[in-house]
Design a binder for this molecule. Structure first.
Ligand SMILES: *Cc1c(COP(=O)(O)O)cnc(C)c1O
Length: 454
């Protein structure tokens, strides 16, 4: 405890609201919405200052893959703290940074052989955008200056990352400040025409992308994709054949493929990386969130030897990638990431996740017939329920009614942290969740939905 002042939910919330400005929050909401002080966390549980607890069904913004304070991560960090904290990574190196790079190269799709660190997901996207642009420039192909992103995509909130994000709520206000990417239609299976399968949608969207590339490839550096699941854009999912086709198009038109696995990497979709399901290797792979098991901020951009080689020259050639962040390759964060990868290596995480995913599917099944549910979809341990006003027409609830917020409130009142994205109620639990807790999680959500749609 930091001070001897009273330690209740109300007291801590009042002190917070006097000094803090919270992320992704209209602070005015907290005039009526309780702000929850968490004083301890363990496994799937968050404990507040009044003795209440909440099951972290969203893995603390999708970072916390192995539950809070996983013993192996805690032990690794304590050990690291006694040896080396943080040093700058220019001119110096350390074992956690290089061992993590070796491990990442080993476990990611073939062909990715170079690791560049940053300290959060958005920064990883900035690195990939700049590297791709700079690669073409170093090759004398300076006309390649634009990016293609998919509709409904989310790649972060710094200006470059926000430029290639297509979520109006986050992007529109800042539009005058942003790069002008091309947006290709997402292979989102929710947008299927009557009678179309997810695979059909992927095929149709690839044909549309081909037309876009025929017109713009000469000016395009790279295409960005969140493989299999567009998460912040509403947990919209697509068929893995889109990835395979996208790789083929990128090769044919000489455009880089940037795979943003910041949310879906590290076992979330059923494979260690989502790209594996399309049998592809991207030119850039962006990782963060689950990378440190949710312990510390860290991100990594993996790329190919071909990209690395385009920057490797005499200093005077001016080809170097002179990008840095102060905390690049932080030793503690790298050590947490190494411990996370060790858990994947030593424990049957993916096999257990498949069992948990099957249980989640069973629990969600009854919601498919709900009059205000247009879609129940799932990829591995990500599941989402699309709430609508009218199931037949898929007419959405007006955003200002904030139906999802009602589910959130109901969840908190029943010991469950669900944080819907607009009208999409989703589940992204830590992998240490027990099957009975999955049942509880879905039950609370179902009751919350019943109240929210009234
Ligand atoms: C969260 C996220 C980001 C941004 O990461 P931050 O660490 O929040 O900056 C980028 N891409 C995807 C797919 C994400 O889910």
């Amino acid at each position: 405890m930091l001070t001897s002042l009273p330690r209740s939910n109300a007291a801590l919330a009042a002190r917070d609201l006097a000094v803090l400005w919270h992320p992704c929050t209209q602070m005015h909401d907290h005039e009526t919405l309780p702000l929850l002080p968490i004083v301890r966390a363990e496994g799937v549980w968050l404990h507040d200052a009044d003795g209440g607890r909440y099951l972290d069904a969203v893995s603390s913004w999708w970072t916390n893959v192995f539950g809070h304070r996983h013993p192996r991560l805690v032990a690794a960090l304590k050990d690291q703290l006694d040896v080396l904290d943080h040093i700058m990574l220019a001119g110096f190196t350390h074992e956690p940074a290089l061992e993590l790079a070796e491990e990442l190269v080993r476990v990611t799709p073939a062909g990715l052989s170079r690791v560049f660190y940053a300290d959060n997901g958005s920064s990883a996207i900035e690195v990939a955008l700049k590297m791709s642009f700079h690669y073409w420039s170093n090759l004398g192909r300076g006309a390649k200056q634009r990016f293609i992103a998919l509709s409904g995509s989310y790649h972060g909130e710094t200006l470059g990352a926000l430029s290639v994000t297509d979520v109006a709520l986050y992007r529109d206000t800042y539009a005058p400040l942003l790069l002008q990417p091309l947006f290709a239609p997402s292979p989102d299976a929710y947008l299927a025409e009557p009678g179309e399968s997810a695979r059909d949608v992927a095929t149709r969207r690839l044909a549309e992308l081909r037309v876009l590339l025929e017109q713009h490839a000469a000016q395009t550096c790279a295409i960005l994709i969140e493989p299999l699941v567009q998460c912040a854009g509403g947990m919209r999912m697509h068929d893995a054949s889109y990835l395979t086709g996208l790789r083929t198009l990128c090769d044919e038109f000489e455009v880089h493929l940037i795979a943003d696995e910041i949310a879906v990497g590290f076992g979330r979709t059923g494979t260690l990386f989502a790209c594996e399901q399309g049998n592809i290797s991207p030119d850039f792979l962006c990782l963060s969130k689950g990378l440190t098991g949710g312990m510390l901020p860290l991100s990594a951009v993996l790329t190919t030897e071909a990209v690395y080689a385009a920057f490797y020259a005499e200093y005077a050639s001016g080809k170097a990638f002179l990008h840095s962040h102060s905390y690049t390759g932080n030793a503690l964060a790298c050590r947490a990431a190494l411990a996370t990868l060790q858990v994947f290596r030593d424990e049957p995480v993916l096999a257990r996740n498949r069992e948990l995913a099957a249980r989640l599917a069973r629990e969600l099944d009854p919601l498919r017939d709900h009059p205000n549910v247009a879609d129940v979809r799932q990829t591995g341990l990500i599941a989402a329920v699309e709430l609508v006003r009218d199931r037949a027409t898929r007419e959405p609830f007006p955003a200002h009614e904030r139906r999802g917020l009602r589910v959130y409130r109901h969840g908190l009142a029943h010991g469950m942290l669900l944080r819907p994205l607009g009208n999409v109620v989703y589940f992204m639990p830590p992998y240490v969740i027990e099957p009975e807790q999955i049942e509880m999680m879905v039950r609370v959500a179902r009751d919350g939905i019943a109240e929210a749609v009234r």
